[in-house]
Design a protein around this ligand. Structure first.
Ligand code: ADP
Length: 159
């Protein structure tokens, strides 16, 4: 069974993330979406909230599992019985960081490969940060995130 882990903050999941998840399900028997618990960032949503949103919006994908983790990503990937980690590439600005992470992880865990998936063009500009910023100004975010995530974001900003 081929398992891949897609780690990230997912604060919250966007249509860009969802596109990567959906495409990954076509390549692997199981895709574990892994929500990072102890991120340096101070997230808008708690870990449980981020996991819950991801579970709801991936309900139609039976081979997707949503879990949270902390510590080193490669250790978590191994504990899932996986040897592939997926990351998304939006633009060249992502490239340097992702390359550095992938190469570091390769040194730490030569048994695990990082697979960089190129975002679909229509989501290339999209980030959780931009979505939260728009929502904080009361802008409509329905085009950028799945409906359940939009509802939860609106609740946070009290609209
Ligand atoms: P992190 O804090 O680990 O970067 P994110 O939740 O922001 O976590 O992103 C998780 C992964 O999804 C990263 O590999 C990121 O490049 C990718 N990603 C983020 N937004 C998009 C998008 N719009 N399209 C495709 N991939 C994306």
């Amino acid at each position: 069974m081929k398992i891949a882990v897609y780690p990230g903050t997912f604060d919250p999941v966007t249509n860009g993330h969802l596109d990567i998840i959906r495409r990954a399900t076509n390549l692997f028997d199981e895709v574990v979406v892994a929500v990072l618990r102890n991120s340096q960032k101070s997230p808008l949503f708690s870990t449980d909230e981020r996991v819950n949103i991801l579970k709801v919006v991936t309900e139609d994908m039976p081979t997707v599992k949503v879990l949270s983790f902390d510590g080193m990503t490669v250790n978590f990937v191994r504990s899932c019985g996986a040897n592939v980690m997926i990351r998304g590439l939006r633009a060249v600005t992502d490239f340097e960081y992702e390359l550095q992470m992938a190469q570091t992880n390769r040194v730490l865990a030569p048994d695990i490969d990082t697979m960089l998936m190129v975002t679909s063009l229509e989501y290339a500009y999209l980030s959780s940060t931009i979505v939260k910023e728009l929502a904080s100004f009361g802008e409509n975010i329905d085009r950028f995130v799945p409906p359940y995530a939009a509802e939860k974001i609106r609740e946070k900003f009290n609209r």
